[in-house]
Ligand binder design. Structure first.
Ligand code: ZN
Length: 187
């Protein structure tokens, strides 16, 4: 975001505050447009960002066993309501030659999460990214999240989580491998 984008957000928030019946000039709200514009820079930092920048792949000929990274926390914004949805992601993959550091998995999810998103799309984008860049035998991603657009608006009970999954490669073709990952996700 450039200076003009930030100014546009500030103006828009001021207008929204007026339109919902608030007084944008009252003390508690006077800095709110600035705060939101600054926050948007952070929580939408993944828009136009390339997750490839964050990963370094290592060649590891001898490791062809399943790698599991569990309960990686993430925060995202639903594109229908611009309200947060947040939760955890579990990832399993079976490398062929390339592996990456565990912390890099969190960076990959973060880059896709810091956008206006749908949980289903977030899940498949992470799976596709790992498939395309790690060239593994397969990958499985399970995302559990609570959506504030549901919890706050009473459609669903608060605390209800939505679970989405994406399976690729050997996790798709072999139910034994898939079940092994699922049981390891639960430990
Ligand atoms: Zn929503």
């Amino acid at each position: 975001m450039n200076a003009k984008d930030i100014q546009t957000i500030e103006q828009a928030i001021t207008m929204i505050l007026g339109a919902i019946g608030e007084d944008p000039s009252r003390e508690g709200l006077i800095e709110t447009p600035k705060r939101i514009a600054k926050m948007y820079q952070e929580i939408f930092a993944g828009i136009n960002a390339d997750p490839k920048k964050h990963i370094k792949l290592f060649h590891e000929e001898n490791h062809q066993e399943m790698v599991i990274v569990r309960a990686i926390p993430f925060y995202s914004m639903c594109e229908h309501h611009m309200l947060p949805f947040f939760g955890t992601a579990d990832i399993a993959y079976i490398p062929t030659k390339k592996i990456t550091g565990i912390s890099k998995m969190a960076r990959i999810i973060d880059t896709f999460a810091k956008r206006l998103q749908l949980q289903e799309r977030l899940t498949s984008q992470v799976a596709n990214f790992i498939m395309d860049n790690f060239d593994p035998q397969g990958v499985m991603v399970v995302v559990r999240a609570e959506h504030l657009c549901m919890s706050m608006r009473g459609v669903e009970k608060p605390g209800t989580s939505i679970v989405t999954s994406a399976v690729r490669g050997v996790f798709d073709s072999d139910s034994k491998t898939r079940n092994e990952a699922l049981s390891l996700f639960k430990i």
